[in-house]
Design a protein around this ligand. Sequence first.
Ligand code: CTP
Length: 405
Amino acid sequence: MGTRLAGRRILCGVTGSIAAYKVGDWVRDLRRDGAEVTVVMTGAATRFVAPLTFAALSGRRVYTGMFDPEDAEKIPHISLAREHDLILVAPATANTIARLANGLGDDLLATVILASRAKVLVCPAMNSQMFSHPATQANLARLREFGYQVLAPATGKLACGEEGPGRLPEWDAVREAVLAVFSPQDLAGQRLLVTAGPTREPLDPVRFLSNPSTGRMGYALARTARRRGAEVVLVSGPVDLAPPPGVELIRVNTAREMHEAVLAEYDQVSVVMKTAAVSDFRPRTAAVHKIKKTAADRSLTLVRNPDILQELGNRRQGATRPVLVGFAAESRNLQAEGRRKIRDKQLDLIVVNDITAPDAGFATETNRVLILDRAGGEEALPLLAKEEVSDRIWDRVVVLLGCNS
Ligand code: CTP
């Protein structure tokens, strides 16, 4: 599946920190996403990782110095500066940060950055005292003034044995920042609510009623919305997925907890995307102690849970905000069921998927959906990765936000 990185030219500037070895994996992942990656190393970086490692991982020659007798007619800092769409400085040491903040041109990487108009992303990695030092903080503030994006370092145990901020940011967060550079920022300024995953309705302390939702579609929607500049609140049932970087995560278990969390956010968001597979019923009572096996059969009395989306539709009463998007997992009559839910719940859009298809719906990486709108329009998307499906859904939401603003 293609990503927004296909054909993008990224220059990766590696500087002298022990974290340099981690960036080898990043280079490999960027290439896997379709980017062309050229590595420039400072002299100190070559003491930690051999240039050959990066040459093998990037599939290209690695640049380590200003003066290249092998390629004398080319001026490397100018050609490298012009040829790239993004410069990723990772790991960025305190020394490199100081050099960039002061506009020095005393090594190849600093000179390339001075000569380039590309977006610059800086991933600091250093001892926490060095990071918190006012000199480093002032230098980082300067870099932000230049328009460079500085990612927050991760906090935790450092190679020097200390604990605190200074660890190289996690790749998931860096990858998202890279993807954001190449994504339209058409959801910037919007606060959005996405719900995801199943709910669990307890029977006793060790048993519950639930469904096979894995949360993948909702998490992909939250991730891609953040990537397009939105502020995202993700209300999630219990799932086994890492929270998307930069997203505000509220964890819930039951439909009633989800109901409460969604209502608390309702007035502050411009879109509600209800991907969650909410249990329509719950056991009337949840036993305090574990239910014991007895000879007799047992029956279970179920009571209705609130229909959260229906309630939001009723509350909105003809207003255009928040935009309401529902999801429906159906096994037959996809169109008719989708149309009924748009009408009953007063939605703007509904995304319907056929749960009988093996490559769509629950627990798959891909989805094939039908998007129905209020005006009677219908769009059948081909089989796509869930992030690509998400982008197509956000494209529709962006139009609705624009029309009604
Ligand atoms: N939904 C909700 N609260 C519920 C049930 C569903 O907010 N108690 C939302 C889901 O998050 C989804 C949409 O409503 O966006 C449709 O869910 P679905 O289970 O397909 O619809 P139901 O209303 O439960 O309809 P039915 O049981 O008739 O299929």
